[in-house]
Design a protein around this ligand. Structure first.
Ligand code: TYD
Ligand code: MG
Length: 455
């Protein structure tokens, strides 16, 4: 009899390889491959052309289905979901351990239960006593939420099938769930997939809104939610720096709505508090201009958010390799920007350590932030503070051009509303914003001249 083939599965992207490798050939992650039980293979080609149910085809112009959404009781959560939870939908809530996923979902589930709907919270990570203690701390003890500690998908589904069907089911976390239809320990890719598959099928068949919690670790040591992304309707990411108070809830994929609105929360002693006006949160509250600090006018969906970017440059005496450390921005993008500043503007960062930090634990992804970062770097290098109430935005190309970005007028108008009186960015972007003195710049050398000249 042929020996079953060995099978190695990447915990991050789920790709399968026949031999162990240090790096996944598909997604490039390191140390994410581990051996898993062989999947049942079909030896012969099955004939699927008979014995099935006949489908009834439908025309395209049938009356549109109206999506009824249910509020999570947290406006910021609803906003990030595109207006609330859709019954029968499967939501994946990803985020690093300790960021606040369980807290957020306990608050939401308790609110749904309080509103009169049936809500169930199944924890595979904590004993019910622990969850109850947390609920007490959050002031949720009076909510008729149904709580259970379980890891067996069969137990969970047996219980739920006995009724009544909940409107909302939270499973915390998918990595602790175990399905007995396949082999393998909880947390392996095949277990995570199989458990999610069964839970999602139950949710779809019964019109239950399902939230699966999925831990994401930077080193990919546990099966990441990426292997589930295509199975669910909505992928949410709960982000922030654990050492900071602010948390951002973002939809990465949403079959029922747009993905451009975020929810903003602050982690406090009594759980997550909603922040409905986040515009000034990510400013450090400085009173005096400081070299190396700039402000980027970001837009999160319909809301403006001003974000402080801080750069620190330390000249090295010895020939040691200088460090580059980044918090809240892409390190590859920083390397690119430094290279452009060196080759197009003649600045020298090669013997200096460069530290870049985005205030408040915010993560910048908008390419328009390039110019704010460049301004902070040049200001730090020249030791010249930028004007206190100025905002900087624009995309920087490899040739050193400052390129136009979306919503320039909106960014500037919102900054002006929040008391900023100067703006700098791509040429012509300041038209029609009279409340603010605008400097348009075509290239990075112009930016350097302006900052070096102390303008
Ligand atoms: P948790 O929801 O357990 O994170 P996750 O489920 O994503 O792993 O949150 C854990 C952190 O939140 C923990 O470090 C303590 C902090 N926290 C507060 O600061 N205030 C609170 O009221 C609660 C419940 C937790
Ligand atoms: Mg948790």
């Amino acid at each position: 009899m042929a020996k079953p083939k060995r099978r190695y599965v990447c915990a991050d992207c789920g790709s399968v390889s026949s031999r162990w490798q240090g790096q996944c050939a598909d997604c490039g992650q390191w140390n994410t491959l581990s051996e898993e039980a062989p999947e049942t293979t079909f030896s012969a080609r099955h004939d699927l052309s008979g014995g099935g149910r006949r489908l009834a085809f439908e025309p395209l112009d049938a009356p549109a289905e109206v999506l009824t959404r249910r509020s999570t009781g947290l406006e910021e959560f609803d906003r990030a979901l595109g207006g609330g939870i859709v019954p029968g939908s499967a939501i994946l809530m990803g985020g690093e351990p300790g960021i606040g996923k369980s807290t957020l979902l306990l608050q939401a589930a308790a609110a749904v239960a309080r509103s009169g709907a049936e809500a169930v919270y199944v924890s595979g990570e904590e004993a019910t006593g622990q969850v109850r203690m947390r609920a007490r701390r959050l002031g949720l003890s009076d909510s008729p939420l149904k709580l259970a500690a379980a890891t067996s998908v069969r137990d969970i589904l047996t219980t739920l099938h006995a009724g009544p069907q909940p409107a909302l089911l939270i499973v915390d976390s998918i990595q602790t769930m175990h399905s007995d239809v396949i082999e393998g320990a909880p947390g392996t890719v095949s277990q995570v997939r199989a458990s999610a598959f069964e839970l999602i099928r139950y949710a779809k068949e019964n019109g239950v809104a399902l939230v699966l919690v999925g831990h994401v670790t930077k080193d990919g040591t546990i099966a990441g939610p990426r292997v589930l992304e295509h199975m669910v309707d909505v992928v949410m990411s709960f982000e922030g720096e654990r050492s900071h108070q602010y948390r951002i809830l973002r939809a990465l994929k949403n079959r029922f709505g747009a993905v451009d609105e975020i929810g903003v929360f602050a982690m406090e002693g009594q759980g997550l508090a909603e922040v409905s006006n986040p515009s000034m949160l990510f400013l450090s509250g400085r009173e005096q201009p400081v070299a190396g600090s700039s402000v980027f006018p970001a837009l999160e969906g319909t809301r403006p958010v001003l974000i402080e970017v801080q750069a620190l440059i330390v000249r090295l005496q010895s020939g040691a390799t200088p460090r580059r450390a980044v918090v809240g921005w892409d390190s590859g993008r920083l390397a690119m920007l430094l290279a452009v500043l060196e080759s197009r503007c003649g600045l020298n960062f090669s013997s200096a350590e460069v530290y870049l930090n985005v205030a408040g634990g915010y993560r910048l992804t908008d390419p328009a932030a390039d110019l704010a970062v460049a301004a902070a770097l040049v200001s730090a290098l020249a030791d010249k503070p930028l004007p206190l109430r100025s905002v900087w935005f624009g995309e920087v190309s490899l040739s050193g051009e400052i390129r136009p970005v979306a919503h320039s007028g909106l960014r500037l108008r919102e900054a002006a509303k929040l008391g900023f009186d100067r703006g700098a960015g791509p040429e012509d972007a300041g038209k029609g914003v009279p409340a603010l003195r605008y400097s348009g710049m075509a290239t990075l050398p112009k930016l350097v001249d302006r900052i070096m000249g102390g303008e």
